[in-house]
Write a protein that binds this ligand. Sequence first.
Ligand code: HEC
Ligand code: HEC
Length: 591
Amino acid sequence: MRLLVTLFLALPILMQAQGGRGRGAAARGADQTPAPVVEDGIPVTDPLIIAKCSGCHKKDEKGNLTRISWERTTPEGWQEAIKRMVRLNGLELKPDEARSIVKSLSATHGLAPEEAKPVMYFVEHRIQDEEFPNDTVREACAACHPIARARSWHRSKEEWDLLVNMHRGYFIVSEQSFRGRGAMAAAAGGGRGAAAPPAPGTPPVDARPPSDQAVEYLARDYSLNTAAWAAWRARMRAPKLSGRWLISGYQAGRGKVIGEMAIEPGASEDEFTTNVKLTYLKDGSTATRSGKSVVFTGYSWRGRSTTKNATEPSAQKAGGVPAELRETMWIAPDQNSMEGRWFWGGYEEFGYDVTLHRANDGVTVMGTDLSMIKTGSSAQKIKIYGDNFPKLTTADIDFGTGVTVKRIVEQTAQQAVVELDVDAKAIVGKRDVSIRRAVAPNAIAVFDKIDYIKVSPDTALARLGGVKFPKGYQQFEAIAYNRGPDGKLNTPDDVELGRVDAEWSLEEFYAVFGDDDKEFVGTMGPTGFFTPSAEGPNPKRKFSRNNYGDVWAVATYKGAQDKEGKPLTARSYLVVAIPLYVRWDESEGPK
Ligand code: HEC
Ligand code: HEC
């Protein structure tokens, strides 16, 4: 009820934003502050959008609709805002109308490829550490969702302000983040006037509320009108993607995958149908998939694919082949490559990291099955994969100095198995692999020793589930490193060598004495695959607590030793949380 009242009061202000200039200007006139520059909006010309939205979002003489014309975002951003219009504001739309509006707004009020790239991890559902301009912005805007959610929008200053109001209207708790601890402390200390003068040399403290500071930052760095968007609007063209594409991918827990995607035209110029064949390099197993996709804004691939040869559900959870997955990719402006993530799972926690290249008439080198080769090894077998390989001789293939291609064991047009000798003194580091003039940059690492390992990801989140909510699983991997040319561990010149098979265990994280989280949070499998326990109170636990907790995921690698002759170990901090009860980030794409 409280929510509704707040909203009701807020509505006239939220809706009249651009229309209410006169009043605002008069009020500002009184206190002598200059009127803000009113930015040009982006007119809406699509008759369906005007018909559906202009009842509430008034159209001005330039064709701008209030609010909508001063905002740009990703297809997901538009979908989310429109869903809220339906859920809370009484908009009525048929599903195909909603899809058409999301497409249309993504084209006229979207992001440029360069603007979208840094926030792709958000729509790809990757968990990633985020960078912030300062702690104030982090506290104001990243307490409930990633800051990427904000960075997925470009808006006028006024629209950033109204977004803060929208949060205040809908989520009372946001006030805590928006006012911040600083403001609370200042208020407790009698306000700004009462504060002691800062010591000489201390940087001035910004006493404005965190939400104001966040808006200032966003309005500057995520403004409505940008050169990048102006350029893309002019350059945007229909995606011409039909044809054969080569896939190079990686699935945590299962390693490298390669394959092909055949793309064919779909129902309209921005829709496609796909057929995919994938091969896992580790064991040679294959999978085929077929799907559909929509390309928004000329470069935002959103697809969905299915397969009949999905692995049975338990294997699927452990990183197998899913019956259905979603594809999110960023297509390079030249339309010759795309990259992104194909994902599935209750929390989209499983996925392939993929790069696709358009197949052409020439030789292409995509990569190798091994990620590292050791100095001093002889007759080391390695598989190179790519496309259009001619009949090869050893002279056609190059791994750089100190590595000799001894023999071609077998080859097809897409794979070559070769034997290598690696000089005992070969320089340690990443190498390009080339066949004639085609190159796979940094495809393999030459190393003399595995000096240490790291666990990936270094901090992780799993979610209890299995009763009413899905479990949120976590696959860990042990990644090997070499100390690099400077001879010191953990410095920027260290060489990442790729994953190694480790042994896995859980260890207690001693935050609360004697809480034994390790016994309750879930189980760690032999391949680094963590399965969380069920949600809900556990009577076996003190105070019948939920099974949540935090632990260390520990990898032990016996294939190499540290200075004291002990096996290499590394660990990752794993939080096992309660289920996410409310989901609002359903993504865009064909249904
Ligand atoms: C029945 C009235 C109504 C209709 C119809 C309507 N809206 Fe809204 N819209 C609102 C209200 C109220 C707000 C302010 C509160 C909010 O953001 O939810 C709003 C706010 C917005 C915002 C700003 C959200 C933000 O993050 O700042 C966008 C964008 C928007 N609407 C898009 C649309 C689009 C697109 C349509 C048509 C497909 C539409 N609206 C139709 C009532 C409506
Ligand atoms: C108290 C939690 C909370 C805080 C703090 C918070 N947000 Fe949000 N935000 C949400 C929720 C929940 C939604 C989803 C709204 C909905 O139902 O569509 C959201 C949605 C959004 C959206 C999508 C807008 C739309 O129209 O759908 C943007 C952009 C955003 N937040 C930016 C920010 C910024 C910028 C800040 C800091 C000034 C911030 N958020 C702080 C909870 C929060």
